[in-house]
Design a protein around this ligand. Structure first.
Ligand code: BES
Ligand code: MN
Ligand code: ZN
Length: 495
């Protein structure tokens, strides 16, 4: 999708469709619909349909006016943004996605979006561009009759400093494209997204944006004594990949170094503790955490914050086979800790244990991991919020700000010492499953043992990395959750 900026009068913008936000400024259950622009021509063009009572301003409501009077646009789309009181860049981002999705199915290929008043113009432009890219993504690659209905060009109509608006647009574009890059990776089925292919995709992208990228295979994984990672990989005929990407901009200080560690299980059968057949096909998205890190690195390399960032993706399948690990096996992690394997389906924490430890060895001073780690986080938070865990309040606070700016939802869950009880082993240092209760917390407690005293955040995205249904602003399928917040955090981290 091409994007461009227009500082013209909205009435003068020649476009297939000019989109404006309408809000409800009425008190309580009264509605009072307003068009969010200071431009009289646009308000006049909307006046009649609003007076008709047809427009309520409800979130995602679309009202299309053809040949709007005195506007050069062929159509005027009035897009409901809900109550004015609660309207923010978060809603605006979703509205932009909804506009794209509404218009592309109506055969429109290019349109303009008028930045609404009330949100800073640069923030608005960024949110609109990001949201538009999210809305434009479709996961139907393998349909022979795919319609390829896409928006090809988006014009942002805004008022303000041209250079700054252009910079905001450029940033939104990088972030939006990177989120979709991640979604592309997650969308692929496991036969087309093996650890080797994932590594190849990371390598190719790294070359394009100027990142260092190394990929290590089974020999090196064993040489590094990554016994936890290898214990998962050993069961598969598909070779594992330890993907290391480095962003080391000239002039960045030696420290801090941000480490991004991603779970890259390209298919999770559960291993010998095999999963039920029903729904197992979904386990192709068990590499969404790794894909989020790769997408975030793409954006970071292009946005160039002055801080070092290292990403590590532990990619492997989790398969049952004659070579697979079995319940009861004891594995020695890279850190030296011994792990009793209670359940081979708790494999994510095993690969991350070595990923986190390795990141620290590579000099990372702060860690963030992202993983589709537990079904339990879906029980706790559903499909709305991802779970976030932190061993450092300050780092959490900083990430919470990044979440807010990026418009992503995560809810903090606890890490009290008491939870450690259930991951104690009779014969080893730790077990890999704490059982059913508090499953996402005990999984995080396991990871904490490998982050040790390094400030660390853990994002459990099992419920949020895949949209179970289409929404007005996003297709059913991979969501690209965490990419935007990680990028925002890295920018903030650079100071
Ligand atoms: N990849 C799964 C978690 C998952 C579940 C992701 C649903 C996406 C949707 C993970 O490897 C897993 O199997 N976790 C187990 C842990 C248990 C055995 C302790 C789970 O959540 O059941
Ligand atoms: Mn599993
Ligand atoms: Zn898994």
């Amino acid at each position: 999708m091409k994007t461009n900026l227009s500082l013209a009068n909205p009435a003068e913008v020649e476009t297939e469709c000019l989109t404006v936000v309408v809000l409800d400024r009425g008190e309580k259950d009264k509605t009072e619909v307003t068009v969010e622009t200071g431009d009289n021509a646009v308000r006049d063009a909307a006046a009649e349909v609003i007076a008709s009572g047809e427009v309520t301003g409800k979130m995602f409501e679309c009202t299309l006016v053809h040949r709007p009077a005195r506007l050069k646009a062929k159509r005027l789309l009035l897009l409901g943004g809900g109550k004015a009181k609660t309207f923010s860049a978060f809603e605006l981002r979703r509205l932009a996605g909804a506009a794209v999705r509404a218009l592309k199915t109506r055969g429109v290929r290019s349109f303009a979006f008028l930045a609404p008043q009330g949100i800073g113009a640069e923030d608005a432009v960024r949110a609109i561009v990001e949201g538009a890219f999210v809305g434009n993504f479709e996961p139907d690659y393998y349909k022979s009759d795919r319609k390829d209905q896409k928006i090809d060009a988006l014009t942002l109509v805004a008022r303000g400093d041209q250079a700054r608006l252009a910079a905001a647009l450029a940033e939104g574009l990088i972030v939006g494209e990177s989120q979709n890059f991640t979604r592309d990776l997650v969308n692929e089925p496991s036969n087309r997204m093996t650890p080797t292919i994932l590594a190849e995709r990371a390598r190719k992208m790294s070359q394009e944006v100027g990142l260092k990228c190394e990929v290590h295979g089974a020999d090196r994984i064993k040489e590094l004594k990554m016994g936890a990672f290898w214990s998962v990989a050993q069961g598969s005929d598909e070779p594992p990949a330890l993907i290391v990407m480095r962003y080391e901009p000239a002039g960045a200080p030696e420290k801090p170094v941000l480490g991004l560690v991603g779970k890259g299980i390209t298919f999770d059968t559960g291993g010998i503790s095999i999963k039920p057949a029903d729904g197992m096909e979904k386990m192709k998205y068990d590499m969404a955490g790794g894909a989020a890190m790769i997408g975030a690195m793409r954006a970071i390399a292009l946005l160039k914050p002055r801080v070092k960032v290292t990403a590590i993706v532990c990619a492997t399948e989790n398969m049952p086979s004659g070579k697979a690990q079995k319940p009861g096996d004891v594995q020695i992690a890279m850190s030296g800790k011994s792990i009793e394997i209670i359940n081979t389906d708790a494999e994510g924490r095993l690969v991350l244990a070595d990923g986190l430890y390795y990141a620290r060895q590579l000099g990372c001073t702060h860690l963030i991991d992202a993983a589709t780690l537990t079904g339990a986080v879906v029980v706790a938070l559903g499909y709305v919020n991802a779970g976030i865990f932190a061993n450092d309040d300050q780092m959490y606070q900083r990430f919470a700000r990044a979440l807010d700016k990026a418009g992503e939802k995560m809810w903090r869950l606890p890490l009290d010492e008491e939870y450690k009880e259930v991951i104690k082993s009779n014969i080893a240092d730790i077990v890999n499953s704490g059982g059913r209760w508090g499953g996402s917390v005990t999984a995080a407690m396991f990871l904490k043992e490998f982050a040790e005293d390094t400030p660390w955040l853990h994002l459990d995205i099992a419920g949020t990395a895949w949209m179970e249904d289409a929404k007005p602003w996003i297709a059913k399928g991979p969501s690209g959750i965490a990419v935007r917040s990680l990028v925002e955090f890295a920018k903030d981290f650079a100071g």
